[in-house]
Write a protein that binds this ligand. Structure first.
Ligand code: HEC
Ligand code: HEC
Length: 408
């Protein structure tokens, strides 16, 4: 019996020693001896960014977001390097799950105001988003969190010029912090929003393995055969997209397809009475159908700000300093399809109006243009059929017996 017990003791002690030796060699020794060179391309976190990092960890953002862009990742910006993590004094926030996009290169991708709005309620800018709302964070916490996010990646405010060691995109300034009751040093962007967006877009585009936006070329790659099989010519929306660079292409597109020239020349205004001529009536119906197709997208992507009927009274509108456009205003009745398409694609710089060319396909933006043209010219949803507006849905009548009462 006693011999049996010693038989357990020796292997146990032996295994314990081996385990300690492994921990000593792979954990402790590197901790004491591994001194990587200080990176030339990043600076340390400011106190504000460090607070933002703490909030990021505390709120569990890393459950859904990773912070490491791998070579095989598409559309996540440049690959992450060891130096990106040099200044993580209190552990890394790599994350292992990607319920949301990777945030390693998020810096500079959106204006600060976009982040704050998105954190308040992600559905404001990404309808259908599963990301929780963080509207309980204080204004200061939102600012700190945004500062942390904006620092990330080679276009972030923490990026340094490798040659000069100077800050690349940001400068330091003193800003009064009401929570501390004194000024503190924070990093702010060197450039205006518009200039910064151009720099960032150019930087992303110079990484061919990580396309930043959904270009017509990529669409052709993905859908080209289907379009060709059906149509034997490039999709019109692609031609219109190209027309930003070349007016002639747009002329050609108009000649080639009656529908697009129709969108440009034919009014979307509802006639006083439905034409008796069946061909003319068919055209009216066709325009309604096209506008209605854009309406579905509009409900999903735009109504939070612009309102379901496009009059600018979406539920997110009150939180914005620059209110969303009201498409019932007279000037919009004169917008051409191209103008609508261009505005939707490029967004409105320095406002929360996103650049939809990054997320919506050209065809989708065309349908939206048709819908907005209809709304602007008819000052509302006119004769469009479909989802009723909230105030048109009849409320349950007070006389109807409540279920709880009926159960008793
Ligand atoms: C339940 C999972 C989840 C959690 C938790 C979460 N997110 Fe998200 N996040 C998402 C999803 C999904 C998206 C993509 C849709 C969208 O933009 O809302 C997203 C998008 C984002 C984006 C935009 C990225 C881009 O390139 O468009 C940012 C920035 C972001 N989240 C930051 C945060 C921060 C900061 C926190 C913590 C305060 C957080 N997220 C918590 C799921 C999550
Ligand atoms: C986060 C809120 C928000 C969302 C979502 C949003 N917009 Fe906007 N939109 C704005 C704001 C703010 C403006 C700027 C108004 C101004 O110029 O003062 C604007 C302006 C516009 C304009 C320009 C009007 C002009 O003056 O030329 C168009 C067109 C437009 N939005 C269409 C859309 C479409 C289409 C969608 C959905 C695909 C959309 N918007 C989604 C906030 C939003």
């Amino acid at each position: 019996m006693t011999t049996q017990r010693t038989n357990y003791l020796y292997p146990a002690v032996g295994m314990g020693l081996i385990l300690s030796a492994i921990i000593f060699v792979v954990v402790l020794v590197p901790r004491w001896t591994f001194r990587p060179p200080q990176p030339k391309d990043y600076r340390d976190y400011t106190a504000q960014e460090q607070r933002g990092r703490t909030i990021y960890r505390r709120e569990g953002c890393w459950y859904c977001h990773s912070m490491a862009s791998r070579p095989q990742d598409w559309d996540h910006g440049p690959k992450s390097k060891a130096s990106d993590y040099f200044y993580d004094h209190d552990g890394h926030l790599l994350g292992s799950e990607r319920s949301g996009p990777d945030l390693a290169n998020i810096g500079g991708k959106f204006p600060d105001e976009y982040h704050k709005l998105h954190h308040n309620n992600p559905r404001y800018v990404k309808p259908g988003s599963i990301m929780p709302r963080y509207d309980y964070l204080t204004e200061q916490e939102l600012t700190d969190l945004t500062a942390f996010l904006q620092g990330n990646g080679p276009n972030g405010t923490r990026a340094l010029d490798v040659h000069t060691g100077e800050m690349k995109w940001a400068r330091f300034t003193k800003v009064y912090n009401p929570e501390l009751g004194k000024d503190e040093e924070v990093a702010v962007w060197k450039h205006g929003v518009e200039e910064r967006e151009a720099i960032v877009a150019a930087a992303y585009e110079s990484h061919p393995e990580t396309p930043f936006k959904y270009t017509a070329e990529i669409e052709e790659l993905l859908y080209g055969t289907t379009h060709e099989a059906q149509n034997a010519k490039p999709a019109l929306s692609q031609l219109i997209e190209k027309a930003f660079e070349n007016d002639k292409a747009l002329e050609k597109a108009r000649e080639e397809d009656a529908l697009v020239s129709g969108w440009n020349e034919i009014s979307f205004r509802e006639p006083e009475a439905m034409p008796t001529d069946t061909v003319e009536a068919g055209k009216v119906e066709k325009r309604r159908t096209v506008a209605n197709q854009g309406r579905g997208l509009f409900n999903n992507q735009c109504s939070a700000c612009h309102g379901l009927d496009g009059n600018g009274h979406g539920w997110a509108a009150p939180s914005m300093t620059r209110r969303p456009a009201n498409f019932w205003e007279d000037k919009f009745a004169n917008y051409k399809t191209d103008t609508w398409f261009w505005r939707i694609s490029r967004g409105v710089p320095a406002t929360q109006m996103p650049r939809w060319e990054f997320t919506l396909k050209p065809d989708q933006r065309l349908y939206l243009a048709a819908f907005l043209k209809y709304v602007a010219q008819n000052k509302g949803l006119g004769k469009l059929k479909g989802m009723p507006l909230p105030d048109q849905i009849p409320l349950p009548s007070a006389a109807a017996p409540a279920r709880a009462v009926a159960a008793k």
